[in-house]
Design a protein around this ligand. Structure first.
Ligand SMILES: Nc1ncnc2c1ncn2[C@@H]1O[C@H](COP(=O)(O)OP(=O)(O)O)[C@@H](O)[C@H]1O
Ligand SMILES: [Mg+2]
Length: 284
């Protein structure tokens, strides 16, 4: 696999593209023109290290996510899962290592906003939907991205945009709730709305941190279905503690421990791994 390490020639195009996207977020291309996934790998993390006040939170960490792959990441508290997501999204800079989106976008040279615009969407644990606005309006605002909210309020949706919004409403199973204030949705429905809001921006990669915390069993099953349905069109990385949920997704699983990868494979395979049983499964 070849990674182009000469940053210089890509600096200008990235800036230009992002400037153009500022006016109308919904005009963002389905795929950032500089994302090159010819090698079928969308996200590479190689030899990543991060130390906080002498404590190694991320230790020689490697992760390769294929285009359209759904990957679950598990690990005990403090394993470095959130820090890993912070590094991918540009919130935290690693001390060393490589982080690439496709083989041409070096995420370590980009700001958080540039990384988001290049197609990396992140769902935090706490939903950030606007409670007083309807489900439909929340999705409408999300289409624009944070910078062009005002433009969205003034602009009318095109037929194509309405279709897209309606199809996402169906996907997140909120089509009967389009006119309901988001604040009146159940906890699970708010989480799905938030996933829908991320989808409005056509992310290539979705990072989802503990999506089923606080959900009922039925909501959990529905969330698993939703995430499985997104795979193929998007790469999805899910950090989750709930082992039943991870089992029901039945994807490749990466086990993190003390900032590095302890094991990788199917759930049934890693459940047999003695060290995994020791540090994680044994204690749950
Ligand atoms: N900003 C920070 N400053 C100092 N220590 C941090 C910071 N962020 C995370 N850590 C430490 O790094 C380790 C990994 O944390 P985190 O990535 O949140 O783990 P996880 O999400 O797997 O529970 C923890 O020991 C945590 O205390
Ligand atoms: Mg965490």
């Amino acid at each position: 696999m070849t990674i182009i390490t000469n940053q210089f020639k890509f600096r200008l195009p990235i800036k230009e593209l992002i400037a153009r996207d500022k006016v109308f977020g919904f005009m963002q291309p389905q795929q950032h023109p500089l994302i090159d996934t010819r090698h079928n790998i969308l996200l590479y993390l190689e030899g990543v290290n991060k130390t906080f006040d002498g404590f190694k939170a991320i230790d020689d960490f490697n992760l390769y996510i294929k285009e359209g792959e759904l990957r679950c990441i598990i690990g005990p508290n403090g394993a470095g899962k959130t820090t890993m997501m912070d590094i991918i999204t540009g919130k935290t800079r690693p001390d060393s290592g490589q982080v690439w989106l496709g083989s041409r976008l070096n995420l370590l040279t980009m700001t958080e906003a540039q990384i988001a615009n290049a197609g990396v969407g992140r769902k935090f644990q706490k939903p950030t939907v606007i409670g007083c606005l309807s489900v439909w309006h929340n999705l409408e605002l999300a289409m624009a991205g944070p910078r062009s909210v005002w433009a969205t309020f003034r602009a009318k949706l095109t037929g194509e945009q309405k279709d897209k919004l309606a199809s996402i409403l169906t996907l997140i199973q909120l089509h009967d709730h389009a006119n309901i204030a988001a604040g009146n949705l159940s906890h699970g429905q708010k989480q799905w709305l938030e996933i829908g809001m991320l989808l409005m921006q056509n992310p290539k990669l979705l990072l989802v941190d503990e999506p089923v915390a606080g959900m009922t069993h039925q909501e959990m099953d529905r969330t698993a279905e939703l995430l499985i349905g997104l795979a193929g069109k998007h790469s999805v990385v899910v950090v989750e503690h709930d082992m039943d949920f991870v089992r029901s997704i039945d994807s490749q699983v990466t086990v993190m421990h003390q900032g590095h990868v302890l094991a990788e494979g199917t759930m049934s395979k890693i459940q047999q791994h003695p060290q995994v049983i020791d540090v994680y499964l044994g204690g749950s």
